[in-house]
Write a protein that binds this ligand. Structure first.
Ligand SMILES: [Zn+2]
Ligand SMILES: [Zn+2]
Length: 179
């Protein structure tokens, strides 16, 4: 573990976040929900695309207690694919930059890799949910491509939760956004 702090921000700079130490895992998600959300969020005014060439979404997963919002937390807005969805995708309302995905009750945040400046993204560890792609054979074989979520993915998440003392910190978000 390192004690390094990485400073990130939305495209316009009003929302600032800091991530501390190392991420849990670096993953690309191929699931239908991430692809639908990626398409819908990209249609918001001024939004930058988050989907990669094969429709994958790059995430850097961090423990919730290792992510802080020194500025602009009040500008965060949540987006849900459907009103009953247990997953919220949180966007910087100032400029529609996607910031993170948060599963209800989860102890981690999946930060959008697009927050990292070019060349500074930590290296990819694995891909998940490749079975949702029409043709998973188009994916490069540089990292393990799991059909759903691999065992190692869950072990990393569980290890982080144990280290956190099984806590689930809340990340308050004030308003909603519709895309
Ligand atoms: Zn902004
Ligand atoms: Zn996904």
């Amino acid at each position: 573990m390192n004690d390094q702090t990485t400073r990130l921000s939305c495209a316009c700079g009003k929302v600032r976040l800091e991530v501390h130490s190392d991420p849990i895992v670096n993953a690309e998600c191929c699931c239908n929900s991430c692809r639908e959300a990626g398409r819908r969020l990209a249609a918001l005014p001024g939004a930058q695309p988050v989907l990669g060439p094969h429709g994958t979404t790059r995430f850097v997963l961090y423990r919730k207690d290792r992510v802080t919002f020194p500025e602009g937390a009040d500008l965060l807005r949540e987006f849900r694919l459907s009103p009953r969805s247990r997953t919220r995708r949180v966007v910087a309302g100032c400029c529609n930059t996607p910031v993170f995905v948060d599963l209800a009750g989860g102890h981690w945040l999946s930060l959008y890799g697009s927050l990292w400046p070019a060349g500074e993204l930590p290296p990819l560890d694995l891909r998940t949910m490749t079975r949702d792609l029409e043709d998973p054979s188009v994916l490069p074989d540089d990292v393990p491509n799991a059909k759903s979520h691999s065992i190692s993915f869950f072990i990393k998440l569980l290890g982080a939760w144990i280290a956190m003392g099984f806590r689930n910190p809340e990340i308050p978000v004030k308003g909603e956004i519709h895309a």
